[in-house]
Design a binder for this molecule. Structure first.
Ligand SMILES: [Fe+2]
Length: 220
């Protein structure tokens, strides 16, 4: 997959296109619907994190919270979802007692079908907003936050699933691990040293619209 390094090409507009969303949803659905066996949804591949099912509700809930803030649209139902899905747990590994504020973890998570129906409603809202002739800047910004958030969770969910012995492969194609290992070994070359000249770099994101609120979704 080629990636262009020119921002005028890789970020041609200030909001993700409907095609960008469709591509992301296709991958999210493969991971959440075909790689996690149903009985695994309530398991925690990482002990200190929520069960996998939390992430299925967290993604659309987070997006709907941002869109509700920035548009006049009412929140999608069940509108109590932010109470349980807004924030996940992320305790200190050395001392799990230390944990930032998070949503209440319910006795029982809502049924999968209900969460998926909610996800559909939020996706419909995204489709509607993304097809507007002119997307106001603050709405575009909310869409970007949700888009970036979903991509990042895709990565962390895969990282969690790697630690479960029950994760299913996303394809029936079985890589030729032995052959690939031999080929890689045969084409091995010694490591090269690269000289990186001393220079000053700036980290983070120059964000003139950062409201410096507690959430800090953009910038570091
Ligand atoms: Fe999140």
């Amino acid at each position: 997959m080629p990636f262009n390094t020119d921002p005028a090409i890789y970020a041609a507009s200030t909001y993700p296109s409907l095609e960008d969303w469709k591509g992301l949803w296709a991958v999210w659905d493969v991971v959440t619907r075909s790689m996690i066996p149903k009985e695994e949804l309530h398991e925690k591949p990482i002990k200190l994190r929520n069960a996998c099912i939390f992430y299925l509700g967290h993604i659309p809930t987070f997006m709907d919270i941002q869109l509700t803030k920035m548009t006049n649209e009412p929140p999608c139902e069940p509108s109590y979802y932010p109470e349980i899905f807004e924030r996940g747990i992320d305790p200190d590994v050395d001392n799990p007692e230390q944990c930032h504020a998070h949503s209440e973890v319910p006795e029982k998570w809502p049924p999968l079908e209900e969460i998926l129906a909610y996800q559909d409603k939020v996706r419909t809202k995204i489709r509607k907003l993304s097809s507007m002739q002119v997307i106001p800047r603050h709405v575009g910004r909310a869409l970007w936050i949700g888009f970036e958030h979903e991509i990042m969770h895709l990565e962390t969910l895969l990282y969690m699933l790697l630690q479960s012995g029950k994760t299913l492969p996303p394809t029936r194609f079985r890589p030729d691990f032995e052959g690939d290992a031999k080929r890689a070994e045969a084409t091995r070359v010694p490591n090269q040293w690269f000289k990186i000249p001393a220079q000053r770099i700036q980290l983070g994101l120059e964000d003139p619209e950062d409201n410096l609120g507690p959430d800090r979704h953009f910038g570091w």
